[in-house]
Design a binder for this molecule. Structure first.
Ligand SMILES: Cc1cc2nc3c(=O)[nH]c(=O)nc-3n(C[C@H](O)[C@H](O)[C@H](O)COP(=O)(O)OP(=O)(O)OC[C@H]3O[C@@H](n4cnc5c(N)ncnc54)[C@H](O)[C@@H]3O)c2cc1C
Length: 468
């Protein structure tokens, strides 16, 4: 192993090959603290040429590679297995904005740019890069692409797959593919960039990308509302969508359990409403026109919803600070749950119309099987994505419950599948769901995926044990 370390040091410099246990520690443990791997080293290349040379060196020495961005993966995709032979290739030093083409509405960035840095660079030219995640200060564009990140504005702008026009990647044999085209129309054969989107580091290392920019929203109206049940939340979504049309930019739902944890664990969190409710929705309308009357429109929609008793209480943000405070409530749901303790998490998607049926069927089946459990559900209802997390109310009984994760998964995922949903809406498969997925994808689909992997990575050195 000394030979490969020497080779890597010669490529990137001594300072960027991290070997000691302390230096490797934060790269080997996943964000949720669920997976602890063991790598040979962490390498931090500074250019696409260095990435290419690193990949060649690893391939020659038979060292598997784990591409890593911000290491915020929720499925253990970005950390090594326990073999001690893998090389983590961190893109953190490749964090330059390469070009901003405002008239073309594109930005070209290196893979190690954080999502927040790209948002800021877009803002500097009065544009919007619309991907928005609670992890945006840490996660990187390469990781966002490799996991096809979603977030809160998919309803309006789509997920990462919809936001990318071009990709540069280093293939498992070290060749550099430069597909950095900023074109909206390019029908010249297979669209290879989409192979890398959602590939979770199993087909190569993304080193740069051309991303789409949009006009900046100049007016926003945001409301936090109480709704009696999930079906009513969806009725409300239908009403807002039909009245606000393209101005609807987010529709998030949060159940009472999730909200209770936010208020319990997030010091600055305060309920904007005076009463408690089984469900809440956060609605955002946005427009690039600064003189838009979105506030009036949302007020009007909510008045109709109140009349119909679809909404039992509501607050409309009156300032930018209030907008941010309402969004902060929604965005702290994951952190609040993390503080409360470990839970069995499901990131699922369903046809929007089937969410209420799913919630009812899953709760009934889980309660029959496990007795009383805490169900925490929240998510991007506008695009059918729910985070559906389970634990015991009593902390001392939780470990025994967590040990029964396979039983809970089987119940939840079988119901998801029966409603035509997906067992991974936006977090990917990683280590967490790589076996599970075999039950829900057809043999044909799995065979196509394995064939693509074999063609691009015949030696299987790219992120082994993830996704497939
Ligand atoms: C608080 C919090 C909130 C989150 N909210 C959301 C959300 O709303 N929606 C959502 O979709 N996700 C969410 N996530 C999950 C996570 O942030 C996203 O999946 C993010 O896109 C991962 O980016 P990253 O740079 O951290 O990637 P990493 O975690 O480092 O890696 C993720 C995967 O991509 C691969 N990879 C990383 N970089 C590259 C590269 N350059 N080339 C090839 N493969 C690569 C890794 O091997 C791994 O398989 C959240 C995470 C946190 C911690």
């Amino acid at each position: 192993m000394d030979a490969v370390l020497e080779r890597l040091r010669a490529i990137v410099g001594d300072a960027h090959v991290l070997v000691s246990v302390e230096d490797r520690a934060s790269y080997q443990r996943d964000w949720r603290g669920r997976y602890q791997g063991d790598a040979l080293c962490v390498v931090r290349p500074g250019s696409v040429e260095e990435v290419s040379a690193v990949v060649c060196a690893c391939a020659e020495h038979g060292c598997p590679i784990v591409p890593q961005g911000g290491n915020t993966s929720h499925v253990g995709g970005s950390v090594p297995l326990g073999t001690g032979r893998e090389v983590i290739v961190s893109t953190s030093r490749m964090n330059r904005i390469l070009a901003v083409d405002a008239p073309n509405n594109t930005i070209t960035v290196q893979a190690g740019c954080t999502l927040a840095a790209v948002q800021e660079a877009a803002q500097a030219v009065e544009r919007l890069f619309p991907l928005s995640l609670a992890s945006e200060g840490s996660c990187q564009i390469g990781g966002n692409l490799a996991s096809n990140a979603g977030g809160v504005h998919v309803l309006r702008y789509g997920n990462m797959r919809d936001l990318v026009l071009g990709i540069e990647a280093v293939l498992p044999d070290g060749r550099i593919w430069n597909g950095l085209r900023g074109l909206r129309k390019d029908n010249t054969g297979y669209d290879l960039k989409h192979l890398f989107v959602g590939s979770e580091g199993t087909l190569g290392i993304i080193t740069a990308a051309v991303l789409k920019l949009f006009p900046q929203p100049r007016s926003r109206a945001v409301a936090w509302v109480a709704v009696p049940d999930a079906q009513t939340a969806l009725d409300l979504l239908g009403l807002v969508a039909s009245r606000a049309a393209e101005h609807l930019s987010a529709f998030e739902i949060i159940d009472a359990s999730a909200f209770e944890l936010i208020l319990k664990h997030i010091p600055q969190a305060k309920s904007p409403l005076s009463s408690v409710s089984p469900w809440y929705a956060l609605i955002e309308l946005a427009d690039s026109n600064a003189t838009s009357t979105l506030q009036v429109l949302l007020e009007d929609i909510l008045a109709t919803a109140l009349e119909k008793a679809w909404v039992t209480d509501a607050v409309l943000a009156a300032s930018q600070a209030q907008i941010e405070a309402l969004w902060a409530l929604r965005e702290s749901a994951a952190d609040a749950q993390k503080i409360e303790g470990i839970s069995i998490k499901h990131d699922i998607s369903l046809p929007v119309s089937r969410i209420p049926e799913f919630l009812q069927a899953a709760e009934q089946a889980l309660t029959e099987h496990f007795g009383k459990i805490r169900i925490v559900a929240f998510g991007h209802a506008g695009d059918g994505n729910l985070h559906y997390n389970l634990s015991r109310y009593e902390a001392e009984r939780n470990a025994e419950f967590i040990a029964r994760t396979p039983e809970a998964n089987r119940i939840v995922y079988d119901i998801v599948a029966s409603f035509g949903g997906s067992i991974s809406a936006e977090h990917g498969l990683g280590q967490l769901k790589r076996e599970e997925i075999c039950r829900y994808k057809s043999e044909v689909e799995l065979d196509i995926m394995r064939s693509i992997k074999r063609v691009l990575d015949p030696a299987g050195i790219m992120n082994p044990g993830k996704l497939l």
